[in-house]
Write a protein that binds this ligand. Structure first.
Ligand code: ZN
Length: 391
């Protein structure tokens, strides 16, 4: 059995939690696999000499501030999850605006042929050159005219399946039917047939131009969604962003899960090598690309998303000193601290970390309470450990 098949054989047993605690654990796996990557410093290294502020937010999340964030959305599970939420909102906003303007969406999944055991770099290069072919003249011009394209959002995803690495593009063509010269169908069914023919034949021509044989049926899947179904369209477009849930397919984050959850060292070794290959190839690639009207409205959508997603501190639970943070890291309780919902839970983590260091109680100065910018040391005023949670 090939290494890829071995890794894929774990799918039925894989637990995909998707929560923040799991992201923290998977981040530790990246740190193990890629010790030189900045992911290893993400939510771990302190910013300068500051202490770490722990608070809950109006969105029901826990925030740790005063720590480095790597922003490596492709390979850092924590940053990936955060970016996905934001990008879903941006795409939703753009699609929604497009529907308000009377547009429709032609959604396509575009792929290129590939074989098992082909390097990801080779298959991705094949996909990228076919896309370049599609975007070149006169193919793109014709596609635009026939489909009535005014804009486009392109999302790159990489999965692993029975036929090896499967990089693919989810492309949302923002179309205006009154501009579409070749969508003639009078029913949605025939309009869909037209849209499929247009997209797949242009994709095939693009492949031909760069010397790649594309099979229309296998390598293009198309859906068309009218404005009567705008809400469904927004959901459709964003439902699977970054989270492939197909039964025979794995995402890069799943490779980390295999390492975390499997004890067979042959399988974990293969998963680590595959993740390393992915990390090397994906570096510097854009997950999302905006074209035309989508590009023009992107900044507005980003601003609207940032305003809508803004997190406000609901309750400052306290600040953790540098020594306490080091003890928390050593005790492996960083991931638990990242999801505390109360001061009591926070104190419990500090106590466990203190005990791990051989202290009988939480040392003086390890935790401070913040009150509108002022700090006071908890342990000085409250000698008993439990006292801190009721203050
Ligand atoms: Zn990160």
């Amino acid at each position: 059995m090939s290494h890829i098949k071995q890794v894929l054989s774990t799918i039925p047993f894989l637990h995909r939690d998707g929560g923040k605690y799991e992201s923290g654990e998977l981040q530790n796996i990246v740190r193990e696999i890629l010790p030189d990557s900045r992911v290893g410093a993400c939510l771990r290294h302190r910013l300068g000499g500051s202490s770490i502020m722990v608070s809950t937010t109006n969105r029901g999340t826990t925030r740790l501030s005063g720590l480095m964030v790597c922003d490596a959305g492709h390979i850092c599970p924590v940053c990936h999850a955060r970016k996905m939420v934001k990008e879903q909102q941006i795409v939703s906003h753009l699609v929604h605006e497009h529907y308000l303007g009377g547009g429709v969406l032609v959604d396509a999944a575009l792929t290129v042929p590939h074989r098992i055991n082909e390097p990801l770099a080779t298959v991705l290069e094949r996909l990228e050159s076919t896309w370049k072919g599609l975007r070149s003249s006169p193919i793109w011009k014709r596609l635009t005219r026939e489909l009535g394209i005014v804009g486009c959002i392109r999302r790159l995803e990489v999965t692993l399946g029975n036929h090896g690495w499967h990089p693919h593009l989810h492309v949302s063509f923002l179309c205006k039917l009154d501009l579409a010269q070749e969508i003639k169908g009078h029913s949605w069914r025939s309009a869909l047939d037209d849209a499929f023919c247009i997209v797949s034949s242009h994709w095939r021509q693009a492949g031909k131009k760069v010397g790649i044989a594309i099979s229309e049926e296998a390598q293009a899947a198309v859906a068309i969604i009218g404005h009567v179904d705008a809400q469904r369209a927004v959901a459709y477009n964003t439902k699977n962003m970054g989270y492939c849930k197909k039964p025979n397919s794995m995402t890069p984050m799943d490779l980390l899960r295999v390492v975390a959850q499997t004890s067979d060292s042959t399988v974990t070794g293969a998963a680590k090598r595959l993740f390393t290959e992915y990390a090397t190839v994906i570096k510097g690639k854009h997950a999302l690309t905006y074209i035309g009207s989508a590009k023009a409205s992107k900044n507005t959508a980003v601003k609207a998303t940032e305003a809508a997603c803004a997190e406000v501190v609901e309750e400052a639970l306290g600040a953790v000193s540098a020594n306490a943070w080091n003890a928390i890291l050593k005790a492996g309780l960083r991931e638990a601290l990242a999801v505390v919902k109360s001061r009591r839970e926070m104190v419990a983590i500090l106590l466990r970390s203190a005990l791990g260091e051989g202290h009988g109680r939480i040392p003086l100065g390890w935790m401070r309470l913040e009150f509108s910018g002022e700090t006071r040391t908890v342990m000085r005023s409250r000698p008993s450990i439990m006292g801190t949670s009721s203050s």
